[in-house]
Design a protein. Structure first.
Lengths: 572, 321
């Protein structure tokens, strides 16, 4: 019988050799270069992996959801594709200021009272099918968001403030009276509230062609999600679900033809982010900023890549439930923050390059971020924590748990188990808070359950702390997160309420003078840092590894790589 | 036989109704909210949330929701995914091909390895081959798929570069015909081997124990006493009987052919049903959860039916009607 095993093995080997030879012959890809076997491929003058793909850029990232519709997408990956296919009404500059540079509007006007916005479109810009971009398209794009069956995320406070928006949402009107096409290239929008963010919300969006998307229900429109028609630098050629998105250059692009012939967005698994780049299968990859990954890319096999290490525009936090009188006490919140070694946690979790301790709900690269000296870093200090707890009357009990008026200092933290950081920080808190006399219980659930739990006012007595993260936009406005008007089911899940902060947030929301806004938001950051509606934990980085054969691939904190994609170039 | 099949098919109707009620209730009872992912947006307002609930029909009572769902389902409309905003039937259909290919291919590999090795192990009990087979089987059962997948990728995709790291097709090549088949085979070789070897273990053990039982039966001894060659005794008389329980097992794997293999799909970036369902559960995407569960329930029922019918084919003692 030994013979049959040998036979079987031989068969398996023959089979594998046969299949290995199965690669389509005319498709030499970077993964199959036999030359680099064995020793690391560091021939300095040699060609950069992936060069055989020519003038096509290949990006490796997470699978898009396939909603390539500017009004209804939700994932950032889908928005990459959307930005390639569609242009915006207004664009933003590096410093987050709005600009008409590279945008569909050539000019805009805001009335003195901040209630009337007029946009003047560039003339002669064509959709990919040859039709002209006109005021009707913009009017339709706004109205689409107001429809009763609209299922996207765009119906923001600003959209709600458009004159007649509520009538459309209630099905009483088809279009809002506050949105008017004055002529073929001019649109006027009238709103009821003069928010400082109105221009941004009305302007920083992609326009959709009415002749393609118009006159159908939301579900019918969704059927076009994978065949987007825009006017941008690239056209979508093929979407293969969970595999790749293929885009080709729009030679008639109004800012001149893109320098690339095409872009391939390849779906890769998280575990492969670096390997795919190493083998040359992708030219750029957005990878997870873990300590190990930063270490790996220092290796010789990554010599053909450059690191772009931006800060991610968002922050992670541990929220306090203000309905619990224990946590409504500022001393306790500060004591808990002093009592947890956030710096040590961030250091061990992200190393030196992958993340930073967060001190306020504002991005450190924003104009709204104050002088860092004005923020309390709450460095790990159990003595200070104990002092603050003593000051609030929490005396150490015989069992090592503090007590006040016969009540134990016991807290329940609801967290989610589908993210590594929340597993680690909860474990750390149990251990470190015990030292300052706090009895912490952890309850783990999946993210969706946690989200549902804390978004229901009726559950407020079931938890004391939770942890999550917020993404930020280019504007620092945080009214919809911390105002007392947005208690659950709104975003203020911890029932945070503070007179002075409430007033500042409102002032910031209605202030049009940029210098004054800057003062307001810097002041707000300092007050948040003092009041601690959340214990701010970390801001991670958003690192990209980009091949040396690619030029002008410049993701920044506020702009994705897909913005100004016509400039991206392949040099080898 | 025809009558039996017809009767069994009619029985499936109330079973399916029961399944749909059960699945719907479980989904509704589970904590979570299909709109929770919308809440992860700092600009989300309460008015916006209300508008979305209305647009998705989530303000209706669960009973109303069930009836309107079933009314549409009977017309063949399984609704639109909340997360992916596409018709559920389309989302399932576009993943079926790859899912079935991977599952069927790896099952085939499992069978090709497991049944011969199982038979040999049984006939040469306690021999070197038996022990080697058992060790391989236990290894296949106990090594976690993700670990095995990482090893295979490290060896064959990164070090040797024989196969691509991940994916099901080469992006942007748009091959057709024979080149497309080659491209898919080249991409799916590693996942097929990983799943095939992992599945072979338990199947081999089943074959072995079933075979061991059969070769001790009287009719096998009779066959030997008649002076038949050992090969004929084993492969004609014994194997046929030994395969009956194995067939039952394979019958149960039919729904598995369409349910996807989540770990393998994630590890190799394959467009399969496993990921679709997993993400649907994470997002509480009710329409996808309902759609995929009903779809798999149908295949489970068909699988059971086919197993019962194939019993009759291999075992003439069984009379179905």
């Amino acid at each position: 019988m030994k013979k049959s095993i040998v036979l079987l093995l031989a068969l398996a080997m023959v089979l594998s050799v046969f299949l290995a030879g199965c690669q389509p012959k005319e498709a030499p890809t970077g993964t199959q270069e036999p030359s680099s076997e064995g020793e690391p491929a560091v021939e300095p003058a040699a060609t950069i992996p992936g060069s055989e793909r020519g003038n096509v850029l290949t990006i490796g990232d997470t699978s898009p959801e396939g909603i390539f519709n500017p009004n209804t997408y939700s994932a950032v990956y889908d928005h990459y594709i959307i930005e390639l296919v569609f242009d915006k009404l207004l664009n933003i500059e590096e410093n987050t200021e709005l600009t008409t540079e590279g945008a569909l509007a050539k000019d805009y006007k805001v009335s003195d009272d901040g209630l009337v916005y007029t946009f003047y479109l560039r003339e002669g810009i064509k959709w990919h099918d040859g039709e002209e971009v006109t005021a009707d398209d913009l009017v339709w794009t706004y109205n689409d968001i107001l429809q009763p069956d609209y299922k996207g995320r765009g119906y923001t406070a600003v959209m709600q403030s458009i004159v007649g928006a509520e009538d459309v949402k209630a099905g009483k009107a088809e279009t809002a009276e506050g949105i008017k096409a004055l002529d073929k290239y001019t649109v006027e929008v009238t709103v009821t509230e003069a928010y400082a963010t109105t221009l941004r919300d009305l302007g920083y969006l992609e326009i959709m062609p009415k002749h393609y998307y118009g006159g159908m229900t939301a579900d019918e429109q969704a059927n076009l999600n994978r065949e987007p028609l825009g006017n941008g630098a690239f056209k979508l050629k093929k979407y293969e679900v969970d595999q790749y998105v293929e885009l080709e250059a729009n030679k008639d692009y109004w800012q001149g033809p893109p320098k690339l012939d095409g872009i391939i967005y390849k779906v890769i698994a998280n575990v492969d982010q670096l390997s795919e780049f190493e083998t040359g299968a992708v030219d750029a990859v957005n990878f997870e900023g873990s300590v190990e990954n930063y270490e790996t890319i220092k290796g010789d096999t990554f010599a053909h890549g450059d690191l772009i290490n931006n800060m991610n525009n968002g922050y992670s936090y541990v929220g306090f439930n203000f309905k619990n009188p224990i946590l409504a006490d500022k001393n306790v919140r500060q004591a808990l923050t002093y009592g947890l070694d956030r710096k040590g946690f961030v250091q061990s979790f992200f190393g030196d390059e992958g993340g930073f301790v967060c001190h306020a709900p504002v991005s450190p690269v924003s104009w709204a971020y104050p002088d860092v000296d004005k923020l309390n870093p709450y460095d790990y200090n159990p003595d200070k924590a104990a002092e603050l707890l003593e000051a609030s009357g929490w005396k150490m009990g015989a069992d090592g748990i503090r007590e006040k008026d016969g009540k134990k200092l016991a807290l329940k933290w609801c967290s989610y188990n589908d993210a590594e950081w929340s597993m680690k920080i909860t474990a750390l808190a149990v251990e470190q808070w015990k030292k300052i006399g706090v009895d912490l219980t952890i309850e783990l659930m999946d993210f969706n359950s946690l989200s549902t739990l804390i978004s229901d006012e009726g559950n407020a007595d079931k938890w004391d702390l939770w942890n999550m993260a917020w993404g930020l936009t280019a504007d620092p406005d945080m009214y919809d997160v911390f105002s007392k008007t947005v208690f659950p089911p709104g975003n203020n899940r911890g029932f945070f309420e503070n007179e002075s902060i409430e007033k500042l947030m409102k002032d910031g929301l209605y202030e049009f003078d940029q210098e004054k806004r800057k003062e307001i938001y810097q002041e707000l950051a300092i007050e948040f840092n003092e009041e601690l509606p959340y214990m701010f934990v970390y801001i991670r980085t958003n690192p990209w590894l980009v091949s040396k054969r690619v030029k002008n691939f410049n993701p920044t904190e506020f702009k994705d790589w897909s913005n100004e994609s016509q400039l991206i170039e392949i040099v080898q | 036989m025809g009558k039996y099949i017809l009767r069994r098919l009619l029985q499936q109707i109330p079973i399916m109704l029961g399944v749909s009620i059960l699945v719907f209730s479980i989904i509704q009872l589970a904590p979570g909210d299909p709109l929770a992912s919308y809440m992860q947006n700092p600009n989300m307002t309460i008015a916006q949330m209300e508008a979305l609930k209305e647009a998705y029909g989530l303000n209706a009572s669960p009973v109303q929701q069930y009836f309107s769902y079933m009314k549409n389902a009977l017309k063949g409309e399984f609704g639109y995914s909340i997360q992916l905003k596409q018709p559920v039937s389309k989302l399932i259909a576009e993943r079926l091909g790859a899912t079935f290919f991977i599952a069927f291919g790896s099952l085939l590999i499992s069978i090709l390895i497991a049944i011969p090795v199982g038979v040999i192990s049984a006939t040469k009990q306690y021999s070197f081959i038996d022990y080697a087979g058992t060790i391989f089987a236990l290894a296949g059962i106990s090594i976690p798929i993700f670990f095995f997948a990482i090893l295979m990728k490290k060896w064959f995709a990164i070090d040797l570069r024989w196969f691509p790291l991940s994916g099901f097709v080469s992006p942007g090549k748009n091959y057709v015909g024979i080149n497309m088949i080659k491209d898919i085979l080249n991409h799916s070789f590693l996942p097929l081997i990983v799943l095939g070897l992992a599945g072979a273990g338990s199947l081999m053990r089943y074959t072995r124990s079933s075979m061991l039982e059969v070769i001790r039966q009287d009719y096998v001894r009779t066959a030997r006493a008649k002076g038949l060659k050992e090969r004929v005794v084993i492969y004609k008389h014994a194997l046929r009987n030994a395969l009956i329980p194995v067939i039952t097992l394979l019958g149960f794997t039919l729904p598995g052919l369409f349910s996807g293999a989540i770990t393998t799909e994630i590890m190799f970036s394959l467009p399969g049903m496993g990921r679709l369902q997993y993400n649907a559960v994470l997002h509480r995407d009710y329409p996808i959860m309902m759609g995929t569960n009903l779809f798999l329930a149908i295949f489970t029922l068909i699988g059971n039916l086919l197993a019962d019918i194939s019993y009759a084919a291999v075992d003439p003692r069984i009379r179905l009607d």
